[in-house]
Design a protein around this ligand. Structure first.
Ligand SMILES: C[S@@+](CC[C@H](N)C(=O)[O-])C[C@H]1O[C@@H](n2cnc3c(N)ncnc32)[C@H](O)[C@@H]1O
Length: 216
């Protein structure tokens, strides 16, 4: 995929205070002492640094992002606050540069909508989670399919609306991937963003622990 539009948009936003989130994933995720957590689309690193504090010295947090500007800002913030149990990696959500089964928790805030291949993203989330690991993701869905003309427009995708899929497609992808206990924790009323009507949601689920055939 060509990430130049994302790099331009988020390179410009990296140095601002503008809010980039669309939900409260981290408020529900509750990282625990010693856990390994991953933030997909970590932006300026705000949620990574918060989680680093919550998991303590025995835990570790990885931030994943594709924007050089955002990665630089996130690394500067970690250095400024002398936070050592974090690492920011440049990679695509569809091909996460982390080993299988590394994470207790994956969070993401307003990022997965940007990805061209959502199935690959969720397959990667499943792969990097430990058995029994969980995800809490805030994201955007479209109330009706976004026309192809916008879907293939990188600038519109970078603006957090043209890449949005419908709620039905969103849930189906998670179910097909094999996640269990899928739960919508919060959901907004529909609103207009760019040329699409969208809504925000925060959704959670887990990778089965593999211990019981009737596990929910
Ligand atoms: C709307 S911002 C959200 C940042 C942060 N999660 C927050 O809530 O402040 C989306 C972030 O995802 C990153 N991003 C977008 N598409 C990506 C992709 N395919 N792979 C990795 N990072 C991506 C962008 O560079 C940007 O930093």
């Amino acid at each position: 995929m060509d990430f130049s539009a994302i790099n331009i948009r988020y390179g410009e936003l990296a140095g601002t205070e503008c809010c980039l989130s669309c939900g409260g994933a981290l408020n529900y995720a509750k990282p625990k002492t010693g856990e390994v957590c991953v933030d997909l689309g970590s932006g300026r690193g705000t949620d990574v640094l918060r989680m680093a504090d919550e998991v303590g010295d025995t835990g570790f947090i990885y931030g994943i992002d594709i924007s050089d500007g955002m990665l630089e800002k996130a690394r500067q913030n970690a250095a400024k606050f002398e936070i050592g149990n974090v690492r920011f990696l440049k990679c695509e959500l569809e091909k996460i540069d982390l080993q299988d089964g590394i994470a207790d928790l994956v969070i993401s805030n307003c990022t997965i909508n940007h990805a061209a291949d959502k199935k690959s993203v969720w397959s990667e989330v499943y792969r990097i989670l430990k058995k029994g690991g969980r995800f809490v993701v805030s994201d955007i869905y479209a109330t009706s399919p976004v026309p192809e003309i916008y879907r293939n427009d990188p600038a519109a995708v970078a603006e957090c609306w043209a890449g949005a899929v419908t709620r039905v497609e969103y849930l189906k992808t998670l179910q097909d991937q094999g996640f269990t206990g899928i739960e919508i924790i919060e959901e907004s009323k529909p609103y207009q963003k760019g040329n699409a009507e969208v809504a925000s949601l925060t959704i959670a689920g887990k990778k089965p622990s593999g211990g019981c055939c009737c596990e929910k």
